[in-house]
Write a new protein. Structure first.
Length: 131
């Protein structure tokens, strides 16, 4: 089985960096900063495909942490999107576990609850595939 690398330094033309961000789409820290600096994330675009990135909102405008249900709903949208873009490979980073402050187990449970619907072009961190 393939897993998201701990550090992603470069991407092939058909690879996408999936990261957590805030509702402002202000990509100032953590994986969001890497997404903007290296892979084309765009300020004020907090969700979806931009450049070689795909954003998932994990904190609100005021810095409040989004609920796990809200994050789960966005992961469902990512999965649906990935089924229509099967030529792309989406590398999910450890969204929600940095600035948003969730424990790995919390976010892992989001992904594990959706495992039966995960398209084959979605690659997860190993920590999100086990409990």
């Amino acid at each position: 089985m393939k897993y998201t690398p701990e550090r992603i330094e470069s991407l092939l033309p058909t690879e996408v960096f999936v990261f957590g961000t805030n509702q402002y789409g202000k990509h100032a820290g953590g994986a969001a900063a890497i997404a903007q600096e290296k892979f084309g994330a765009i300020d004020a675009v907090p969700i979806g495909l931009a450049g070689k990135t795909y954003g998932i909102i994990t904190t609100s405008y005021s810095g409040q942490v989004m609920t796990l249900d809200f994050i789960r709903d966005q992961v469902k949208v990512l999965y649906q999107f990935a089924t229509y873009r099967e030529e792309l490979t989406f590398y999910v980073t450890k969204i929600g576990t940095g600035i948003a402050g969730y424990m790995i187990e919390d976010i892992a449970n989001v992904f594990l609850s959706l495992e039966s619907s995960r398209p084959s072009n979605i690659i997860l961190p190993i920590e999100f595939t086990q409990q």
